[in-house]
Unconditional design. Sequence first.
Length: 309
Amino acid sequence: MEIHKREDYDIEFIQSLIDNGIEESINVDFKASGSLSKDEMKKKEISKDVSAFANSNGGIIIYGLTEKNHKADSFSFIDGDIFSKEWLEQVISTTIQRNIDGLKIFPIRNNGNIKESIYVVQIPESQDAPHINKDKKFYRRYDFQSVVMEEYEIRNLYGRKSKSKLAISTLNIRYEEIKDGFINFLMRVDVANIGDIEEANYKLNTYFKNFIPNKFKVSWLQADSNKNYCSTRLDGNRSKVSSNGTSTIYPNETINISSFNFYIPVNDIEEALKDMHISFTLLFSGGQDEVDLDDNLMREAYLKGPINI
């Protein structure tokens, strides 16, 4: 799971960021303890950074962690008696308009010691963007920074809530059987509507790269023929299987968009699993979602049984 989308955070997680030299990014920011202050300029910095994430693609700000060359470096604990979670929540809510729905603050105490605290502020990509700061400016994330937005960027954000948002929610690969000299795999993909509006126009492309030349074979159930499946050979030893959504998908709804079989000759299974790469692109009117399959998962599905992602 992406580190800014976790459901919980603890001191071991923060230590792992340091041990692995995890780098800041458009979704991750590290702040030393001095970033929390009752000084008005520091409060403006807090609101600027938080609103920038909400106006962009969301992310986390970890207060209580220093960085060196934009990599997690060392603990910089915060005195939780002076700067409480409630204090930080108040700073954010009183300096940013409109309120950011879904924002969470995870307090972490080193060995339960409140004077050695770390705060992980988890900020969603806000559907109510753009959010304005107390200084009457709008900010967004750019590389490792929070920068002032251009007028056209602000204007574009006003349309965010009217755009649909779909995501590939479940991938399932199952080894079915050996028949007529071929090993049969079932590929199933589900799509979820994680936005606020319905979507009627969407399509999934499944790409197979480095498949054994001239031996790519797929089929689908007759009952699924209404999904308009299509198999296409592409340049560079690639093939594509496409399927179109056939019904409107509503917010908080998940549906199956693709279920098809693909076949590998029994005598070529080792060669195929060694080089084959599978990826997925979901296209819809509000944007797209992409997933690359770990190259080892096909082998696991063959040797160990069904794989769910």
